[in-house]
Write a protein that binds this ligand. Sequence first.
Ligand code: PRP
Length: 209
Amino acid sequence: MTLTIALAKGRTTTQVLPLLTAAGIDCQALSTKSRRLIFTENPDYHFILVKAADVLTYLNRGTVDIGIVGSDVLEEQGHQQFDMLDLKTGRCRFILASTPDFDPQKTKRKLIATKYPHLAQRYFQNQGEDVEIIKIEGSVELAPLTGMADAIVDITETGTTLRENNLKIFATLTPVSTHLVVNRLALKQKKPAIYQLIQSLQQVRPQEA
Ligand code: PRP
């Protein structure tokens, strides 16, 4: 029985491939720096490489059985599938950041730039604060630097991007890591294979909390 897996391209794939390899899954073909998107040479596991924001689309439509993607995407998009395993890799966190002169206590309605509008909206709603969200596709750090927004809600991993752009963290929201999500129907139809994969990954994922 073949399991079809959508892997979020980029950092997620780079960090997950060693885990898959350690779990005994031959995914050597994915390690090469090529523009290939579909890998079917392993009869047990077929892989497709998709943009992180598209992983749930493939999963929701049943095109793949499993999606491997950051919890940032899962929190932003919401989903009806089974979030089965925290792979404890790809760790980063959501933060509220801005230029050092930003005053979070100011009563003026804030302009917040982010790649995660739903998550940012929820965060401020929970704080009882009404803000205006500006959806940005990337390099969110530019928004407060150019004056387009008062602050950003974004993810940070090493902190390098914030540091090199003289931005300061004003609040830490939630932690983020890579998760394995399973399509509901696939879990019924391919249960043994899926549980075997989960068990193998559980043994090789980073063990710390
Ligand atoms: C993410 C995030 C930050 C950066 C943080 O962007 O939006 O810009 O990584 O990482 P760091 O703390 O290790 O510096 P990404 O690299 O995905 O690029 P993008 O902004 O173009 O989407």
